[in-house]
Design a protein around this ligand. Structure first.
Ligand code: B4P
Length: 279
């Protein structure tokens, strides 16, 4: 029963089907972890959502920034951007069941062990100033709100960069937004936990005083599976944590990548399929 982790689908449905085929994936036997951003930018967002939803318990998903953006657009909290490819989902007859399911997905998935060396998946990364248990608790805070009657009120004000620096005494929507931004939008971070939201390209685009989140050493030693940062092309030079970058930029003309999680970190067993139709 292999478990495969796959990076950002972003509506690349044809490639997703091709990758599952290459893996000979069988939902009765195998398991799938999906690192978030199932939708947007690519042409097959509705099909991706339906396909993953239909996998049921065979798939574990974390929410990415584009998934959360879809939830906010769907309730009219923000307008769709010109580059969004979400219209088919918003007009679909099964829109409600798909969006309800999406909104119930977590920010954090792990292998169920309590160990400091557990394998976990988040969309963007793990904020270096948080311990493993703090990060897990904070993910649970947001997940509880998204599954509550207060979800809409938070989605209405979720977008935004402030507060950029995490502080333990943050409260209310500022606290929730800071948690969402750390888990789903982080790339470069300052040593005090301040996030940068401008730089999106490769490692040489780091603003002064900021470094990739995975270059800060941690006291604990989890194996962190993440997506989000396409320009890394799956590489994390200088990493000081055990991490696996899985967004290999399919929607940008790169590849869609799966990692066999049951093998050792150093085994490097990745399976990729090429983008079929660059955006
Ligand atoms: N709390 C909140 N506040 C605000 N917004 C929120 C929010 N919560 C959710 N959102 C939403 O988040 C969405 C994304 O915001 P954006 O700000 O538009 O997205 P992004 O950082 O570019 O993220 P993306 O996930 O697309 O990054 P990727 O690495 O693929 O691509 C990034 C760049 O990498 C480049 N790239 C890709 N592959 C590359 C390669 N091989 N080499 C170099 N560059 C590459 C691409 O050209 C691209 O410019 C918006 O819709 C926004 O509304």
């Amino acid at each position: 029963m292999p478990t495969y982790a796959i990076g950002d689908l972003q509506g690349c449905h044809a490639e997703f089907v091709a990758l599952l085929d290459t893996l000979s994936f069988d939902p009765r036997r195998d398991r799938l972890w999906l690192a978030g951003d199932l939708v947007n930018r690519g042409p097959g967002s509705l099909d991706c959502l339906r396909e993953v939803h239909a996998l049921g318990d065979a798939a574990s998903v974390v929410l990415g920034n584009h998934d959360l953006h879809l939830l906010a657009v769907a309730r009219g909290a923000v307008s769709a951007k010109r580059s969004d490819t979400l219209a088919a989902i918003l007009e679909a007859p099964d829109r409600s069941s798909l969006l309800d399911w999406l909104q119930a997905q977590p920010l954090w998935v792990d292998d169920g062990s309590a160990s400091d060396r557990r394998t976990l998946m988040v969309h963007a990364g793990l904020l270096p100033v948080w311990s493993l248990s703090q990060a897990h608790e904070r993910a649970r805070e947001v997940e509880a709100v998204l599954r509550s009657e207060g979800a809409g009120a938070f989605l209405d004000v979720m977008h935004g960069n402030a507060p950029e620096r995490w502080q333990d005494d943050l409260e209310g929507n500022d606290r929730l937004r800071a948690i969402v931004n750390a888990f789903t939008r982080m790339r470069f971070v300052a040593a005090d936990g301040t996030l940068d939201f401008k730089a999106k390209e490769g490692l040489d685009s780091a603003p002064g005083g900021y470094a990739p989140w995975f270059t800060y050493p941690r006291q604990d030693d989890p194996r962190i599976v993440f997506g989000h940062w396409a320009a890394l092309q799956g590489q994390i030079p200088g990493a000081r944590v055990r991490a696996e970058a899985l967004d290999t930029g399919c929607v940008w003309g790169g590849t869609l990548t799966a990692l066999d999680l049951d093998l050792d970190l150093d085994s490097g067993r990745r399976i990729s399929v090429p983008c079929r139709a660059p955006q």
